[in-house]
Ligand binder design. Structure first.
Ligand code: CUA
Length: 158
């Protein structure tokens, strides 16, 4: 089969790009620990306001020395709205929604979760920088989406 010289070059270039991009995915997954969400835990969105851990959102110390922050993202507020956590300890955020899809992004950290009704989104991070962090909803959830924000305050360890 006769393949034009330039067509052959471009075929090699396209094949090279496929290998390059696939390699980038593998390298970031292995070396950078970049993984798609794998935490699947379901809740009944109709009852989370009245029963279970999400009925009383807040900050609690865990037996292993860490901190768990239980939260709800709902029309157009995060509960709790202001969160105080200690620096230098692993902080696990557990968050769900009783209504529609929301986002949970802590600006300046690598926490960026999609909050879907019926599912618990969870992520753990240790903060080293003291001070205030802005929390924003980054999934369009309705007319007041742009007003949906919270505040995280990282305090020196007691
Ligand atoms: Cu909640 Cu946008």
């Amino acid at each position: 089969m006769q393949v034009d010289r330039f067509e052959r070059y471009w075929m090699w270039a396209a094949s090279g790009m496929l290998v390059l991009f696939l390699g980038a995915i593998v390298i970031t997954a292995v070396a950078g620990s970049a993984h798609p969400p794998s935490h699947v835990e379901t809740v009944d969105p109709d009852t989370i306001r009245v029963a279970g851990e999400f009925a009383t959102p807040g900050v609690a110390a865990t037996a292993d020395g860490g901190v768990t922050v239980t939260m709800r993202a709902e029309f157009y507020v995060f509960r709790p709205e202001v969160i105080r956590v200690p620096a230098g300890k692993p902080i696990t955020f557990r968050i769900t929604s009783p209504d529609v899809l929301h986002g949970f992004q802590i600006v300046g950290s690598n926490i960026n979760l999609t909050v879907a009704p019926g599912y618990v989104s969870e992520a753990t991070v240790t903060f080293t920088r003291l001070g205030e962090y802005l929390i924003v909803c980054n999934e369009y959830c309705g007319l007041a989406h742009h007003l949906m924000q919270g505040k995280l305050i990282v305090e020196a360890r007691q």
